[in-house]
Design a protein around this ligand. Structure first.
Ligand SMILES: CC1CCN(C(=N)N)CC1
Ligand SMILES: CC1CCN(C(=N)N)CC1
Length: 328
């Protein structure tokens, strides 16, 4: 079988949210599909009302198929300092018509203010490798790992679009979503992420070396090696590193060069206008870059700024994981 579901960008393409049905009858929550983590967690009836105001919540008590997983707990802190924690149920989860009857659904007993404030987001659906699932004492499978054996092909694809709805597919490659060939690179799964190597990059004709990083639908920007970010902004007139903003800024009127990287022998280009990410504050004439250095993050991250420039295939055949990139 295969399934397809529409995903919708938040303001400024900060994240994309995708409707998921949980329980019987189905309760629809809008989740952030995140290939940089491996937990399906949701705002729930156990989340204090002061923290869940404005969100849809999962109420296991209203689901005839919800089963508590006694003694299981989880707690996650994300790179941006946001966090959540709680307990665990299993229940039916349906994504784009694909249904798994006993998916671990991690219900939040608390969430940090960042999540409370993001009222369109009702939780996360992890698409990283199950080895880094945060449930104690026993790690749980991601939705993809649970349904993978039922899929026509052991893969999911993502087509994110700038300020337009896009799609997540599970189990098949919809060739109408990309142009030209899909170029594949081997994924190293050792740290639980979709880690791959781009063999080279170029900015305005200047060629750079290889970049190894993770494909991460849950991170907004492209957080590249500091030398790469420096090389990029050396081509942007009046760009500078602003310590108070923690990144490269430039005049919003600047015309930014494209950033092209080669993966699996094919070229992907991030258009300059995607790298002109956003004004520092609404109306400001100074803009913040969509490419930044990865200092202090511990990983190089090809986030949404890179992913929305391509059609991307995440395949895990069991013994080999691959990532495919195509133009669209
Ligand atoms: C390495 C980090 C990348 C950003 N994260 C994420 N998408 N969940 C956290 C892990
Ligand atoms: C990687 C995670 C970081 C925190 N999130 C957020 N603020 N939207 C969710 C994704």
């Amino acid at each position: 079988e295969s399934g397809s579901v529409v995903t919708t960008p938040e303001v400024l393409d900060q994240a994309w949210l995708t409707p998921v049905q949980i329980g019987t009858p189905g309760q629809t929550l809008n989740l952030d599909f995140d290939s940089g983590s491996s937990d399906l967690w949701v705002f729930s009836s156990s989340t204090p009302a002061s923290q869940s105001r404005g969100h849809s919540v999962f109420s296991p008590g209203k689901s005839s198929t919800a089963k508590e997983s006694p003694g299981y707990t989880w707690s996650i802190t994300y790179g941006d300092g946001s966090s959540s924690s709680g307990t665990v149920y299993t229940d039916v989860v349906d994504v784009g018509g694909l249904s798994f009857p006993s998916q671990a659904v991690e219900t939040a007993n608390r969430v940090s203010p960042e999540f409370t404030q993001e009222t369109n987001l009702d939780g996360l659906l992890g698409l990283g490798f199950s080895t880094i699932n945060a449930v104690k004492p026993t790690a749980q499978n991601t939705f993809f790992d649970n349904i993978k054996s039922d899929l026509n092909q052991p893969l999911w694809t993502v087509d994110l679009k700038h300020q337009e709805p896009g799609t997540y597919n599970f189990g098949n490659i919809n060739s109408s979503l990309h142009t030209g060939e899909i170029h594949y690179a081997i994924v190293n799964t050792r740290r639980g992420f979709w880690t791959f190597t781009a063999t080279s990059y170029s900015v305005g004709g200047a060629i750079g070396g290889s970049i190894t990083g993770i494909a991460d639908t849950g991170t907004t920007l492209a957080l590249l090696p500091t030398a790469v970010a420096k090389a990029y902004y050396s081509k942007v007139p009046d760009a500078l590193y602003d310590n108070s903003q923690g990144g490269y800024v430039f005049p919003c009127a600047a015309s930014l060069p494209d950033f092209t990287f080669t993966v699996g022998g094919g070229e992907i280009t991030i258009p300059g206008n995607y790298i002109n990410y956003a004004p520092l504050t609404p109306g400001s004439k100074t803009c913040f870059g969509g490419i930044q250095g990865n200092t202090g993050i511990g990983e190089v991250i090809f986030g949404d700024v890179a992913l929305k420039s391509a059609f991307v295939v995440f395949e895990n055949s069991g013994d080999t994981a691959r990532i495919g990139w195509a133009k669209k």
